[in-house]
Design a protein around this ligand. Structure first.
Ligand code: ADP
Ligand code: ASP
Ligand code: MG
Length: 417
């Protein structure tokens, strides 16, 4: 007997037929004698619709009320799955975040889980009950419903798995694992049998939305054995109930991966914007004077490039922010114009960031040069570059995103291995 947390994303619970299919996956594990808790997302498209309504009601709105609205999607699917399971003879009950409780901080709209009462869920296991838990939501110190940021049900699932010391956390989605790149962009992408925590963390934070970044962090810290797998596979196909090695991708320690490639995957993030401050005085404290106030305004600055002018007196400061933050950033910079001292500020939206990720880069030279040459051969202009030990990120014009992803995927042989 094992203890398993099963999470089902939006497409997997998109309608009643899909929910029935999910219930069959759950029943398979229950019938095998396992202790099972389930985490569900809202039906596909529901959260977008709810977010849209809050904006329509008022573009600037109270984040606590945003949470009250957008958390409702998961409440519906938790109840519907519990009903479906009961109808199949499985002892199931739905639970919302506040009932367990899943305690979060006060950052409404992007809350972090602080504590989960694992004992509450362990008691349910003892009663032979399958708890069907609404993902994406918790309760803040203000006693109000909070949500965990988009894609947050992954994090709910991994945090619950850690709290109940589950043997496994299965993230069921609409692809059968983590691929070398988004299979929607590159049909030649291959499923990885295993990927290390570090690489998955980079993939997720650089745009691969298959897992929320925070869920990978939690899995890494709490050593949760996490599998990404497909809810579209036949629930009763051979091997689906394999306890130690179910079909999908295992997120694991680097040491568990025998054949490590130099490059593991390509990620991309659209909707980046570039902001340039022209002719900024080149003196100590300038960067702090620019990026401090931007951070205080909660603007996520990503790539930063600084060019010194020939006479050494001035510098151009260029950086990227998510497109949605451009107006806010420009307002901050306008306010700082006198204190920083710059000529003009220019901004350009519609950029993309493509990233090459792989632990093998630590010990291999020339990975970046290969990327630059491959993009040059396709006449793709590089706007900015950042690197770390295990990744290279390149800023390009948005319309070239797909071409760049496919080009990089192929130049590192990811479609072949
Ligand atoms: P869910 O609703 O189940 O949470 P998401 O839409 O959040 O599903 O995440 C699954 C999607 O992530 C896939 O449909 C796929 O298009 C996308 N994706 C992006 N990068 C990758 C990748 N490297 N491997 C697998 N899927 C990826
Ligand atoms: N329903 C939420 C969203 O769409 C949470 C999730 O699906 O993980 O962001
Ligand atoms: Mg998701």
């Amino acid at each position: 007997m094992a203890r398993i947390v099963m999470k089902f994303g939006g497409t997997s619970v998109a309608d009643i037929a899909r929910i029935r299919n999910v219930a069959r996956h759950v029943k398979r594990e229950v019938d095998a004698g396992h202790e099972v808790a389930v985490v569900v997302s809202a039906m596909a498209g529901k959260t977008n619709e709810l977010v849209g309504w809050t904006r329509e009601a008022s573009p600037m709105h109270d984040a606590r009320e945003y949470d009250a609205v957008v958390a409702s999607g998961e409440q519906v699917t938790a109840g519907l799955l519990a009903i479906t399971l009961q109808n199949m003879g499985v002892h199931a009950r739905s639970w919302q975040g506040w009932q367990i409780p899943i305690k979060t901080d006060n950052a409404h709209g992007a809350a972090r889980i602080l504590d989960i009462d694992g004992a509450f869920l362990i008691k349910r296991f003892g009663e032979g009950q399958v708890a069907v838990i609404a993902g994406f939501q918790g309760i803040g110190p203000d006693n109000r419903i909070s949500t965990l940021g988009r894609g947050g049900s992954d994090t709910s699932a991994v945090a619950i798995a850690a709290a109940v010391k589950a043997d496994r956390c299965d993230i069921y989605t609409d692809v059968d694992g983590v691929y070398t790149t988004d299979p929607r962009i590159e049909p030649k992408a291959r499923r990885l049998a295993k990927i290390s925590f570090e690489e998955m963390l980079e993939m997720a934070s650089l745009g691969a939305k298959v897992l929320q970044v925070r869920s990978v962090e939690l899995a890494m810290v709490h050593r949760v054995r996490t599998f990404v797998r497909s809810s579209f596979d036949d629930p009763d196909a051979p091997g689906m109930g394999d306890l130690l090695n179910p079909p999908g991708t295992l997120i694991c320690d680097e040491e568990e991966i025998v054949e490590q490639q130099v490059v593991t995957g390509i990620a991309y993030a659209k909707d980046e914007a570039q902001i340039s401050l022209r002719r900024v005085g080149d003196r100590p404290g300038v960067a702090a004077g620019i990026f401090g106030p931007l951070a205080e305004a909660n603007i996520n600055v990503d790539m930063i490039v600084q060019n010194i002018s020939e006479d050494g007196k001035y510098t151009d400061m260029t950086f990227t922010v998510p497109s949605g933050d451009v107006d806010k950033a420009l307002a901050v910079l306008e306010r700082l114009k006198a204190s920083i001292g710059y000529d003009v500020v220019q901004s350009e939206a519609g950029m993309s960031k493509v990233s090459v990720i792989g632990i093998g880069m630590r010990s291999h030279a020339g990975v970046a040069a290969t990327a630059f040459k491959a993009l040059a051969d396709k006449s793709i202009n590089i706007r900015a570059i950042t690197t770390s030990e295990i990744k290279i990120s390149i800023l390009i014009d948005g319309p070239y995103t797909e071409l760049a992803v496919r080009t990089l995927h192929s130049v590192y042989g990811l479609d072949k291995q």
